[in-house]
Design a protein around this ligand. Structure first.
Ligand code: PLP
Length: 407
């Protein structure tokens, strides 16, 4: 019989499956071009040509045993890890080497490896709402519990007064002796907010104080699959430079549009507590969680493409068209600084799930904010074709009319 512990996931999953099925059903009836599917964070921008060229070159030029074999170290190829380390050093002025890098199966496995390395059962992880829903499941995988710091919807929880910057005052009050990690995600899914240098500084300061108060280690797990997707020159601070007990989880799923290739890395800085044991534990965690090593061909590909820029302009064009279109109609949106998500208030103060159901009647597929522990909002993933945004505008307009009772 299926494990009882899995049944809540099975029930939860049927909602996601229903959304997929609904998209396919609507496309079959109205035509794909008349369904505005903003539900998934699956990039519509093609991977850059350098990626395909690298694959071909590697297959032609390199030893087949190296391309397709197990890695000697579960952490990945030494030369690939050194290339990643040098790339980061060039960008951020850090001093990493191959020893600080562990190649992972996307950010998802990186986060699980990080949590297995740092969490004991019964410990707690904090995350700032709204947050990527899998964080709670990942914490549970390791016997830990995720506690949500309430969303800073009006900015009153942060010194800057900017909405959806993390509420550090409440976080500080929520930290206790069992708190082992804080997950941050900037640029953020689902709000598009980038955490400022001031925020990261203040966060580091509070965590240092709390470590001293409780005599424990409290780690920052910085989940960064959207690092390169930052607009208007906004800087994304490199967190290891502000706080020693930081682990970075990166992935090329979004920046190079490779989500199906499952490739990323973890950074464990030498300054973190108990570094040598942590590196060994992460290496073993990679193995015992069943990843063994990150896909070897893809490790070699990303090493060749490490300087390849993300196509930020394509998303920027979508961002502007969507924001201008929706705000003109009276929708209230957070102007995204990064990633490819628009975070929109449900008009008329309505309920998010009901609003998503109403949007679906207009062939618009959105994700309710309650899926990110923040009801009253919806997420619009604009990693879609530009035409999808342009063509969806009349439907969004009609939806607004209905909400206002003008129909
Ligand atoms: N973290 C966040 C915030 C995400 O949005 C995603 C994917 O959408 C992931 C992690 C997982 O990324 P990956 O595909 O690299 O495992």
């Amino acid at each position: 019989m299926t494990a009882k512990s899995m049944m809540p996931y099975v029930q939860g999953n049927s909602a996601i499956r229903a959304m997929f099925e609904e998209g396919a059903r609507l496309a079959a009836i109205y035509g794909k071009e008349n369904v505005y599917d903003f539900s998934l964070g699956n990039p519509n921008v093609a991977a850059p040509p350098e990626v395909n060229k690298a694959i071909m070159d590697i297959v032609e030029q390199e030893d087949s045993l190296r391309i397709h074999g197990y890695n000697q170290s579960n952490s990945g190829y030494e030369d690939v890890r050194q290339t990643v380390a040098e790339h980061l050093n060039k960008l951020h002025g850090t001093a990493f080497n191959s020893h600080n890098i562990i190649m992972t199966v996307g950010a998802a496995s990186g986060l699980n490896v990080a949590m297995k390395t740092m969490l004991d059962p019964g410990e707690e992880v904090l995350a700032f709402a709204p947050y990527f829903v899998e964080y709670g499941n990942y914490a549970k995988n390791h016997g830990a519990t995720l506690k949500a710091v309430p969303a800073n919807v009006d900015g009153s929880g942060s010194d800057s007064g900017i909405p959806f910057q993390p509420d550090l005052h409440t976080m500080s009050e929520m930290i206790g002796p069992k708190t082992r990690a804080i997950i941050i995600n900037s640029p953020n899914n689902p709000t598009g907010v980038i955490y400022s240098q001031e925020t990261i500084r203040k966060l580091a300061e509070i965590l240092e104080e709390k470590q001293t108060e409780f005599g424990t280690e409290i780690y920052i797990i910085s989940d960064e699959p959207y690092r390169e997707l930052a607009y208007d020159g906004v800087q994304v601070p490199y967190v290891t430079k502000y706080y020693n007990n930081t682990v970075v989880a990166y992935s090329w799923s979004k920046s190079l549009s490779l989500p199906g290739e499952r490739i990323g890395y973890l950074v464990l800085p030498s300054e973190m507590a108990d570094f040598e044991n942590a590196v060994q534990a992460a290496n073993i965690a990679n193995r015992v969680l069943g990843y063994v090593n990150a896909p070897t061909l893809m490790q070699l590909v990303v090493a060749r493409c490490v300087d390849c820029p993300a196509n930020v302009e394509a998303y920027n064009k979508n961002r502007k068209a969507l924001y201008e279109g929706l705000t003109d109609m009276g929708y209230e949106c957070i102007y995204p600084q990064g990633a490819f998500y628009m975070w929109m208030k449900v008009p008329g103060g309505g309920e998010d799930k009901a609003f998503c159901a109403k949007a679906k009647e207009h062939n618009i597929l959105l994700v309710p904010g309650s899926s990110f522990a923040c009801p009253g909002y919806v997420r619009i993933a604009y990693c879609v074709a530009y035409e999808t945004i342009v063509n969806s505008m009349p439907s969004f307009r009609q939806l607004m009319k209905e909400v206002k009772g003008e129909k």
